[in-house]
Design a protein. Structure first.
Length: 267
């Protein structure tokens, strides 16, 4: 069995980390294996670990990486799913998560959806974004997209949300509620953009529904081309890209050109 392990630190305030370290030590004790044996067994996994890495994982000093915990449990013949749950609890307690968690069935706006996803991400143990991308596979969950979503700069697509729920181990029975919440948030975002578009367009410049449908998100290039078609010059469109306040028609920074001259900017 080798030398006995050092006692767990008494000054560790992360209770989840102490429970994780204790659970790992108990699994190794039950297996009757030494750390050299565990390290040899992890060579068959996707994340082979050294003896020192496994020892640090059960030291209770800091939260180890999830692949290390999974390899440790696999080498001991223990439940990898249970090891993942202990790890997530330890990670969640190592940071301060959101104080408010919206219920998916009550979500109606993008801000509420983002707050709920932040809470789900915290409950999942703040899994590193690169690890999330690797587990989602096939490029379904890019790290940059998830990072921008958590910062409130964008929304996940429907397929990306599905991958996010799977990686965070949200029960499958709850996925429909999350997807319905995403649809309501997406609709709220679209309607808000549509109202701004309608307010910017003069009554005599009618915008048909097929043109409005493509502008759920603001894009300087797309909006400048669209507004040039509606009767504004590109210079006025460039001003709107920053301020989103349209000058009255006929008061553009430069004399308005004939519509025939601007036909190439339209549809």
């Amino acid at each position: 069995m080798g030398r006995p392990e050092k006692p767990l630190p008494t000054d560790q305030f992360n209770r989840g980390l102490l429970e994780l370290a204790s659970w790992l030590r108990e699994r190794r004790k039950e297996s009757g294996l030494r750390y050299t044996d565990l390290a040899a067994r992890t060579q068959d996994t996707q994340h082979p670990c050294s003896v020192s890495t496994l020892q640090r994982a059960a030291s209770g000093i800091s939260v180890p990486r999830l692949p290390v915990v999974e390899a440790y449990a696999y080498a001991c013949g223990a439940s990898v799913d249970l090891a993942r749950r202990y790890w997530r609890e330890a990670r969640a307690q190592s940071r301060r998560g959101p104080s408010v968690t919206p219920v998916p069935r009550l979500i109606n706006t993008p801000a509420e959806l983002r707050l709920a996803l932040q809470a789900a991400y915290a409950k999942a143990g703040y899994l590193p974004l690169r690890e999330m991308e690797r587990r989602a596979a096939h490029g379904r969950l890019p790290t940059t997209t998830v990072s921008r979503m958590l910062q409130g700069m964008t929304m996940l697509s429907r397929s990306q949300l599905q991958a996010f729920l799977e990686v965070c181990d949200i029960p499958a029975r709850e996925h429909d509620d999350w997807l319905d919440a995403w649809q309501r948030a997406k609709s709220a975002q679209f309607h808000r953009a549509t109202r701004e578009l309608a307010a910017a367009v003069q009554p005599r410049r009618r915008v048909i529904e097929s043109e409005r449908r493509g502008y759920g998100h603001f894009s300087s290039l797309r909006w400048s081309r669209h507004r040039s078609y509606q009767g504004y010059t590109r210079e006025a469109a460039a001003v709107y890209a920053d301020s989103r306040i349209w000058p009255p028609l006929g008061r553009d920074p430069e004399p308005e050109r004939p519509l025939e001259a601007r036909a190439s900017y339209g549809h």
